[in-house]
Design a protein around this ligand. Structure first.
Ligand code: ME8
Length: 514
């Protein structure tokens, strides 16, 4: 039975205190592939991304630049929009936490948590990292050269002020039960273990409002307080599903699958489900944390000067080339390293030499040797049956891997099919058959082109622009590119005229040194 239930997927919403960096691009590309996959597989999809515009970090950055936080947010949020277009992201919505719809949702969830008895006023004293917008216990911090740092390496400062608290401590048992009852709630396993041991070590109540700055959503009935930016930020996921209007057409999409980076797992897998439980809202299906991208194995940092601009990268290598590299090279869930050489190798070895070569060789032979039409095949040999059968089976593997966010393995399965087909093509040697057995040559070319069709369909979530060009070369109608056309249902039709193929995956040659 096909799964045609609504599918909701989100990225984290990024802080627009600066321009987007390659980590942001990576998360968007991966989430886009997961969203596109489900759409092509026949599910209604809501794919959300956006910007997280409140908080002390935004206020401080704006002050340093001599502009208002809203001006800073407007300027950089526009850059995140631009990055989405550049990366061919197919998000259905882009949320900004400064929008009125979001204020309404956040004030509503706050009121629900109050009604449930989970919010109380007290005074807070403890360590706070503005960069992480996170409170840390003293034991999680360490002092180096007279400066105290949090566990993510950012400086912390002592904060003492009146604050509202969320009764997080009351949720310890319910959270631990959640991780047992819903074993897929957190992925990958390393992150799940990390969260379970954090919760087991004991939860303290969470400070959820601030009075020492005002760039945030006011607490209902006590506007001297603005809400802690994470209460505000996490709620974006239900704002976009229409909350608090559960009659909204988008509400059917909730709950979501959240794709985030490993540094913010605690917020998504501990605080967020506790807030939702308190407000009586269904919990997310899954929180999946990807790893961090490292530049040639080193952490990116402005001071080291190795922060790569995603705009420059795409301009240099091309959108699908960059998408392909990150999706295939990095095991989704683990840290990954990138370098220009590694990107160039992936472009040449996978895209150009593997799939590009297969398509180019088979389609140009069809145009040249089969009157420019998809040929009529003769009876299939056992070799033909075996390779067609492998192609027909591949989507099952891809589907299974995508269901658990193993994007790199899904893509590897498509490339394995392409390698096998290259092997088949070489062994059958249709160029030799052209001289000895034209009917057999036509069958081999038909089989190969049929597999190129299936590869083109399966590549759409990963490299959408190039996959669509590949399918254009085969004259596949736009309405026949869904996964339901894989296998027998969509088999290539003989007699369809083809144009001379233009290479879809050109080789990359590094620019000559000046
Ligand atoms: O954390 N490699 O925003 P953000 C891979 N506003 N991913 C990276 C990365 C890197 N080098 N650096 C950052 C926030 N990311 C909050 C989220 S959600 C309700 C609020 C990822 O702009 C990071 O892990 O700091 C996060 O998932 C996303 O980029 C946005 O990070």
């Amino acid at each position: 039975m096909r799964n045609n239930s609504p599918f909701y997927i989100t990225t984290a919403i990024s802080y627009p205190n600066g321009k987007p960096h390659i980590g942001h691009a990576y998360e968007l590309i991966a989430t886009d592939a997961l969203a596109r996959f489900q759409r092509l597989d026949g599910r209604p999809v809501l794919f959300l991304t956006g910007t997280d515009e409140h908080g002390q970090k935004m206020q401080q950055t704006a002050r340093n630049e001599g502009i208002t936080p809203k001006e800073l947010a407007d300027r950089n949020s526009a850059e995140f929009h631009r990055m989405g277009a550049l990366l061919n992201a197919s998000n259905d919505d882009f949320i900004r936490t400064t929008e009125p719809r979001h204020y309404a949702a956040v004030q509503h969830i706050w009121t629900k948590m109050v009604e449930n008895g989970d919010i109380y006023k007290d005074s807070y004293s403890g360590w706070y990292s503005v960069r992480d917008e996170a409170y840390y216990q003293e034991g999680e911090t360490e002092v180096r050269d007279g400066v105290r740092f949090g566990p993510q390496g950012s400086p912390v400062e002592w904060v003492e002020e009146e604050s509202y608290f969320f009764r997080l401590s009351a949720y310890e048992d319910r959270l631990l039960k959640l991780y047992v009852d819903q074993p897929d709630f957190i992925g990958p396993d390393e992150r799940r273990n990390e969260v379970v041991s954090f919760v087991k070590s004991g939860l303290k109540d969470l400070s959820v409002s601030r009075t020492t700055f005002d760039w945030g959503i006011p607490v209902p009935g006590d506007p001297k307080h603005v809400m802690y930016v994470w209460v505000d930020a996490l709620t974006n996921y239900i704002t976009a599903a229409g909350y608090p209007d559960t009659d909204s057409p988008h509400w059917k999409f909730w709950p979501a699958t959240h794709i985030i980076g490993k540094d913010i797992i605690r917020f998504h897998a501990v605080y967020w489900p506790a807030f939702l439980m308190s407000a009586g809202i269904a919990l997310p299906h899954r929180v999946y944390a990807h790893g961090f991208l490292l530049n040639k194995g080193e952490k990116m940092s402005k001071s080291v000067g190795n922060v790569v601009d995603p705009f420059a990268l795409v301009e240099h290598f091309g959108c699908d080339q960059v998408r392909h590299f990150f999706l295939r090279e990095v095991s989704f869930g683990q840290d990954g390293s990138y370098s220009e050489e590694a990107i160039a190798n992936r472009i040449n070895a996978d895209l150009s030499d593997n799939i590009g070569n297969l398509a180019q060789r088979s389609l140009s032979m069809i145009v040249k040797n089969c009157d420019g039409q998809i040929p009529s095949p003769g009876a299939f040999t056992s070799d033909d049956d075996a390779i067609i059968e492998l192609a027909d089976r591949t989507i099952a593997t891809v589907r299974e891997e995508m269901a658990t966010q193993q994007i790199h393995k899904a893509l590897a399965a498509v490339f394995a099919l392409s390698s096998e087909t290259n092997g088949y093509f070489a062994a059958q040697a249709p160029w030799a058959l052209a001289k000895t057995d034209v009917a057999r040559m036509a069958t081999v070319l038909y089989v190969t082109a049929e597999i190129v069709r299936q590869i083109g369909i399966m590549l759409q979530p990963f490299v959408p622009g190039s996959a669509s060009k590949l399918l254009d070369l085969l004259a596949i109608p736009a309405g026949e590119r869904h996964f339901s056309y894989l296998g027998e249902t969509g088999r290539l039709k003989s007699g369809v005229p083809l144009d001379k193929p233009e290479p879809v995956f050109p080789k990359y040659f590094p620019p000559k040194e000046q």
